[in-house]
Design a protein around this ligand. Structure first.
Ligand SMILES: [Ca+2]
Ligand SMILES: [Ca+2]
Length: 191
């Protein structure tokens, strides 16, 4: 569990990022599919349905704790996943319903960030993690890393010192050179 700031934009960014979203959905599906038959039975889905109910509780929609009521909630959630009503949830059904639910949450949230307690392996947490990684790579793309800055400052300082130490030399050179060069000029003219 961790407390994260979340808004609709973060969720939308996640579900529109095919690589991130499909990867997370496939990972979760594989975790839930304990007998590895490529389908999720009601009992395999129960863990997911329980975590979904928790999200709903955070939104203040569902406060029911009566076991009969709860199993009714899980039944209706399962039916939402099992779109062809064959009693199991396949990968496409799981992906489609997860996307639809995330879209609903994104629409409910809007673009004002809210603080939410998230499960470490929840899709919402994945959305936050993706946003954070994206933000970090955006920052490193726009800003020079700190060690580069200090290198730059060092080479600028070296350049400044070099220039300072060069000034007396060039002044004395120009002082000694200018009469002779004038002489040379005069000589050219006189020749
Ligand atoms: Ca299974
Ligand atoms: Ca099905």
């Amino acid at each position: 569990m961790s407390v994260e700031f979340l808004d609709g934009g973060i969720i939308l960014g996640f579900i529109e990022d095919d690589e991130a979203f499909n990867g997370s959905v496939q990972d979760r599906f594989a975790c839930l599919d304990t007998n590895h038959d490529g389908l999720l039975s009601y009992s395999e889905m129960l863990q997911e349905l329980q975590s979904l109910r928790m999200i709903e509780t955070h939104f203040g929609i569902d406060e029911k704790t009566d076991p009969k009521e709860l199993s009714r909630v899980y039944d209706s959630l399962f039916v939402q996943y099992d779109r062809d009503s064959n009693g199991t949830v396949d990968m496409e059904e799981f992906k489609a319903e997860t996307k639809r639910m995330m879209l609903d949450i994104a629409n409910d949230l809007g673009f004002l960030p809210v603080q939410m307690i998230l499960d470490e392996d929840s899709f919402l947490k994945k959305a936050v993690e993706r946003e954070f990684t994206k933000l970090q790579s955006d920052i490193s793309a726009y800003f020079i890393p700190i060690n580069k800055i200090s290198q730059l400052a060092l080479s600028m300082e070296m350049g400044r010192r070099k220039a300072e130490s060069a000034i007396p030399v060039s002044v004395s050179e120009s002082l000694t050179l200018s009469p002779s060069s004038t002489d040379a000029g005069n000589q050219i003219h006189s020749l």
